[in-house]
Design a binder for this molecule. Structure first.
Ligand code: CP
Length: 312
């Protein structure tokens, strides 16, 4: 069985069973990327176009590689070098790319809801690669895949999400996904970086980072998104690091075997110290690898592939 929707726009409305199907299928895809020859013919004849209106290293490159490993034809379009600079609208751009034969459109855009608008105006599958501060579902899926690799089940798992929650589409998608599968999620950061009514998403809200870290199985540290801040929301980066930065002492409050995650890119020395980011408890590089596997799984499933069970 495949997925309920032909699009992946966010985890808020994705059924738990579909999330598990994607994670199971990603397990099989990870076997492929561990091989010397990382190539299978599964998506031969299919076309994947990435359409990015914001910068990206991990998401864009991993979608490109995911498509190539599955033998799809992949094309990348960035807003800065396209006819978007001549004023072409988002919908016209998406329809133009679809008219050239795209089967899957992967879109990143600064406006919340952009991927959904595109999905409503094209016939091909659309994947949201990050829309404003709304959702970044493939990041949350790769985070969940990584958590499951290290921790097994989500039920009763304690996950702490630390930092700039207000501007974080990664946090929102993680909260929807993790709570749906039974994890207990705490969020912590300066009050100015906590969205109003965030508790309505089913999380525990802490203004002291130590409270969220106590007994955590997973510590997910977010990047301070200065580019989205229109005014100063904390006194200085040094002050932020002193009060909210994840260092060895603070990590000591989490469980002894807690893993440390970060979606990247890192502001080393601000939200996380180098010693923790590069420690044995950090799974940041594994997250990046898993991003390719999860995106392969999504491309496969959204183009009609059958779910694959992971052999445990
Ligand atoms: N985590 C993430 O979305 O990184 P990029 O901006 O590099 O894609």
């Amino acid at each position: 069985m495949g997925l309920q929707s032909k699009h992946m726009l966010g985890l808020q409305h994705t059924p738990a069973q579909d999330i598990l199907t994607i994670l199971d299928t990603a397990g099989a895809m990870k076997d492929i990327i561990r091989r010397d020859i990382k190539k299978v013919p599964t998506l031969r004849g299919r076309t994947v176009v990435t359409l990015f209106y914001e910068n990206s290293t991990r998401t864009k490159t991993s979608f490109d590689l995911a498509g190539k490993y599955l033998s799809a034809d992949t094309v990348g379009l960035s807003a800065s070098s396209s006819s978007v600079r001549k004023g072409e609208s988002l919908i016209d751009t998406a329809r133009t790319v679809e008219a050239m034969g795209a089967d899957v459109l992967v879109i990143r855009h600064p406006a919340a809801g952009a991927a959904e608008i595109v999905a409503d105006n094209v016939r091909c599958s659309v994947i949201n690669a990050g829309d404003g501060i709304h959702e970044h579902p493939t990041q949350a899926l790769l985070d969940m895949f990584t958590i499951r690799e290290y921790k097994g089940d989500f039920s009763g798992l304690k996950a702490a999400i630390i930092g700039d929650i207000l501007h974080s589409r990664v946090a929102r998608s993680n909260i929807w996904g993790l709570t749906k599968l039974g994890a207990e999620v705490s969020v912590a950061g300066p009050a100015t970086l906590l969205p109003p009514e965030i508790e309505k998403m089913g999380v525990k809200v802490c203004t002291r980072v130590e409270e969220a870290l106590a007994g955590a199985d997973v510590v997910n540290v977010l990047r301070i998104q200065l580019e989205r801040q229109k005014q100063a929301l904390f006194p200085s980066l040094r002050e932020y690091s002193r009060l909210y930065g994840i260092n060895r002492e603070r990590l000591g409050l989490a469980k002894e075997d807690a893993i440390v995650m970060h979606p990247g890119p890192l502001n080393r020395g601000v939200e996380i110290v180098k010693e923790v980011a590069d420690s044995a408890r950090s799974v940041i590089n594994e997250q990046v690898t898993n991003g390719v596997a999860v995106r392969m799984a999504l491309l496969y499933l959204l183009t009609g592939g059958e779910a694959v069970e992971t052999a445990d």
